[in-house]
Design a protein around this ligand. Structure first.
Ligand code: SF4
Length: 357
């Protein structure tokens, strides 16, 4: 199935940001040293569109960088004006941006409405005030709740971003954050495991021995739990893990932490493994001899797991079962066809996750 949703990203760093979030080295995370200027927007939009399929269902301009509504208003408006012009010309369908919870108020949202913005994403990071404090975020969980309600009240789509593994956090605090995020009713979330990027305060804390990053396995574990919680609330997780940019892939930029170029696949594979195990247990298939699981070819690598890890786990958990997985182009991307000696059944794994494992 072709991709339907296309993003044209513009990274707008918050030059002169007065905050000191311990994990932030903004230029490195965005992978951009060269500043984007408002006059670049329309040309860049046209260049991107030329590479998209004609039948793309939705094309959006996205202003990333974390603090869009904190940059000077004339500059915000210069960017927004260009994006809005692209929207009115029918070149794009939507405008989205990300910002901090304490850079949201009525006049800011009035301004965004005036420029046809559709989606506002907030960097929440944690809903635990101690974690926010230790991470030097400079805002509280109450600011997040207030900003989220205001954004919702204005009719924008709401996205919330959380981080796992921040200083002072633990599994309980991550779960508390996810519960409170769910209660705010976002349209989607992003989950980022905290990484130690060169030149950040987190690097100093790590070198001084006052901060321990999450090991990769623990980061995957907690993200599996959070993904299950969001699935039960039918909240889409549109990203897990930092997108590898050229900068971040440069040797030595990630000093430590749970970085994996296919972090999401690690989490999704674990989720699928849980779904398959549940089906085997519930249907008493653990001694049927041979079990064939068919999946859409796009889903197959996730079903198998990186290095066929999931297949090995299934064989260990069910030693009397010969598990085989194979591709079937006729299946939807969320459907698994399970064939045993007893017969054949289809399972929509998204529905299984929505009901809870
Ligand atoms: S992450 Fe924090 S320090 Fe970095 S730009 Fe955003 S608000 Fe400023």
């Amino acid at each position: 199935m072709a991709k339907e949703h296309y993003i044209i990203p513009f990274f707008i760093p918050h030059t002169g940001c007065p905050h000191h979030c311990v994990f932030c080295s903004q230029n490195k995370i965005t992978g951009k040293e060269r500043p984007v200027l408002p006059e670049h927007i329309l040309t860049t939009v046209r260049e991107y569109i030329a590479t998209f399929p004609r039948d793309a269902k939705r094309v959006e301009v996205a202003f990333f960088g974390g603090s869009f509504t904190g940059i000077p208003l004339p500059l915000q408006n210069a960017f927004l004006g260009q994006a809005y012009a692209a929207k009115r010309k029918g070149l794009i369908d939507g405008i989205r941006l990300s910002t901090r919870p304490d850079y949201i108020n009525n006049s800011i949202l009035d301004n965004l409405k005036g420029y046809g913005v559709d989606t506002v994403e907030l960097g929440v990071q944690s809903m635990n005030n101690r974690v926010l404090d230790l991470s030097q975020r400079g805002h509280t969980a109450e600011d997040v709740a207030y900003a989220s309600r205001l954004i919702r009240g204005y009719g924008f789509n709401l996205g919330l971003q959380m981080m796992v593994g921040l200083p002072g956090s633990d599994r309980e605090a991550e779960i508390e954050t996810a519960e409170r995020v769910c209660a705010l009713g976002p349209d989607f979330v992003r989950i980022y495991p905290a990484l130690i990027i060169r030149g950040t305060a987190l690097e100093e804390m790590y070198r001084a021995g006052t901060y321990r990053p999450l090991p990769l396995g623990e980061a995957v574990d907690v993200c599996v739990t959070l993904a299950e919680m969001f699935a039960r609330e039918r909240i889409k997780v549109i990203r897990m893990g930092l997108q590898p940019t050229d900068m971040i892939n440069e040797e030595g930029e990630v000093v430590a932490g749970p970085f994996h170029p296919s972090f999401r696949q690690l989490v999704d594979s674990r989720l699928l493994l849980k779904v398959v195990s549940k089906v085997i247990d519930q249907r008493g298939l653990n001694s049927v001899g041979e079990l064939v699981i068919e999946a859409n070819p796009r889903t197959l690598p996730t079903l198998q797991g990186i290095g066929k890890e999931s297949i090995k786990s299934l064989r260990e958990a069910y030693p009397r079962l010969a598990v085989k997985v194979t591709g079937n182009r006729g299946l939807g991307q969320t459907v698994l066809r399970i064939i045993s000696g007893d017969g054949l059944s289809e399972v929509d794994y998204r529905r299984v996750l929505e009901k809870g494992i």
